[in-house]
Ligand binder design. Structure first.
Ligand SMILES: Nc1nc2c(ncn2[C@@H]2O[C@H](COP(=O)(O)OP(=O)(O)O)[C@@H](O)[C@H]2O)c(=O)[nH]1
Ligand SMILES: [Mg+2]
Length: 461
């Protein structure tokens, strides 16, 4: 049974009635940037889809900074109609809503749930969702993300961007290589935040009724991508050019987001084992849009902090590492944490503390990282620890891996840095047989234990 549209949304939906194409924008304190996003979206709707009934929906967290007012007051640019003499057949409708929390949790995912509900109620054929902190969005993005759905028969359009080599560390270290190795699809930005979704896929999302606290926050992007893949929907990518948005330093800002994304991935990996256990290798996912040569702005990284966090993680989480990792992997990461501590000490003692860390001061090999991630998938499957503790123990390891990866590419250009991410993705594919055999051992143990009598409960690694 589908849940009915919540009363808060009913008025807005009744006012609009029906729409063909919708742009949804989640927001939280984005007054400074959302006006540009709203203008680009409106221009894109008018310029590229003048015959369709368009609607723009902002789902805001009740931001005190006037985000919603900016959305409602931002007018579309008039150049399209003045110069191209395009006469849109339908007036563009704008809605800004304060979305309801999901079981007491409000976050990006809760906002998108409201967006999906409005899209379903309006019976749109294509929904485009874009982040509200984007600087680099252009009207064309609307065509790039909706075109494959409206004209190409695709259900899910995932973004392809030029990002700075230091940006997108959760993507580069986990969501890209793991999604690719598990499901065999080379989706380069599974949590990019800017997506195109068909009406059918919106229905599918809502039918899942899967709003855990993590999905209601930043787990929602990987949840959308993985649910589209596992549901057998047609997936493609769209080349959007550069992604420029509010910068985040991994060590300082990304811990909670990493936890929400990882909890969601681990839960879905368990749920969709039948979809990925048989998959070997990977293949390209078609990409729409002309390639662009763009140089995204640089993003500074606090290497010292990442190394210190990793090193401290050994003390704080060492016991968990022993439980969740295979003995060889645990031994390896403890040595790496010691290396990280030594590198951090050397850097902290250096006379010139600005950028004292050099490539070569610390390395975290691809194969070691692939083993860590796969061991954690298996540990989640065995229920060695509750998911939140498992993920908390993984956070310092992620900081260590990010430090290793970004130090390695520190002096490389964008293309060479990308080749390093590709090399890591191949390491994940190569190590997949390790994951599969460990995963299947768990099933055998359970079967054996059931045959022997009492259930194993929480078998330790
Ligand atoms: N409604 C709502 N939107 C949020 C919340 N947190 C983040 N967002 C939106 O989600 C999008 C992505 O967030 P951002 O912090 O830029 O994450 P990142 O770019 O993936 O690192 C932006 O449009 C934010 O405004 C929230 O708590 N509520
Ligand atoms: Mg952002």
């Amino acid at each position: 049974m589908l849940s009915p549209v919540p009363p808060a949304l009913r008025d807005a939906v009744e006012r609009v009635g029906r729409a063909d194409i919708m742009v949804g924008i989640p927001s939280f304190r984005n007054a400074a940037t959302i006006g540009h996003v709203a203008r680009a979206a409106q221009a894109g709707l008018v310029q590229y889809f003048p015959d369709l009934r368009p609607v723009l929906v902002n789902a805001d967290a009740g931001s005190p900074d006037g985000t919603q007012r900016v959305v409602v007051e931002t007018e579309p640019p008039d150049y399209v109609e003045r110069i191209l003499l395009v006469r849109p057949r339908n007036r563009l409708q704008r809605i800004s809503l304060t979305y309801p929390e999901v079981d007491g949790v409000g976050g990006k995912g809760a906002a998108l749930r409201t967006v999906f509900e409005v899209a379903r109620a309006l019976e749109v054929q294509a929904l485009v969702v874009v982040d509200s902190d984007l600087r680099s969005i252009l009207p064309e993005w609307i065509e790039l993300l909706a075109g494959p759905i409206l004209k190409g028969g695709f259900d899910f359009v995932s973004p392809l961007y030029a990002r700075h080599k230091n940006d997108g560390t959760i993507t580069n270290t986990v969501t890209y290589p793991l999604t690719r190795a598990l499901y065999g699809l080379r989706i380069r930005q599974p949590i990019g935040g800017d997506f195109g979704v068909s009406g059918d896929l919106v229905d599918h999302y809502l039918q899942q009724e899967d709003w855990t606290p993590e999905v209601s926050r930043f787990g929602v992007d990987i949840w959308m991508t993985t649910s589209a893949i596992a549901g057998g929907f047609a997936v493609c990518q769209a080349r959007l050019g550069a992604k420029v948005h509010d910068p985040k330093d991994p060590g300082a800002d990304l811990g909670p987001m990493f936890s929400q994304v990882l909890s969601t991935i681990l839960r879905l990996t368990e749920r969709h084992a039948d979809r990925w256990l048989q998959v070997r290798g990977s293949h390209d996912v078609p990409a729409y849009g002309f390639e662009r040569v763009v140089e995204p702005p640089p993003l500074q990284i606090d290497f010292l902090r990442l190394l210190e966090e990793f090193h401290r993680g050994r003390l704080a989480q060492g016991e968990q590492w022993d439980r969740m990792l295979a003995p060889q992997t645990a031994e390896m990461v403890c040595e790496l944490a010691t290396d990280a501590g030594a590198a951090a000490d050397r850097a902290a003692r250096a006379d010139a503390p600005r950028q004292p860390l050099e490539p070569g001061d610390f390395a975290f090999p691809d194969e070691a990282w692939a083993r860590v991630v796969y061991d954690v998938c298996v540990a989640a499957h065995r229920r060695v620890l509750p998911l939140d503790r498992l993920v908390a123990a993984l956070v310092p390891l992620y900081f260590g891996r990010v430090a290793g990866l970004l130090l390695e590419v520190r002096d490389l250009g964008g293309e060479q840095a990308e080749a390093v991410v590709e090399r890591q993705a191949r390491a994940f594919e190569l190590a997949k047989s390790y994951l599969v055999s460990r995963w299947q051992e768990v099933a055998q143990e359970v079967a054996q234990a059931e045959g022997d009598g009492p259930a194993p409960g929480n078998a330790a690694t």
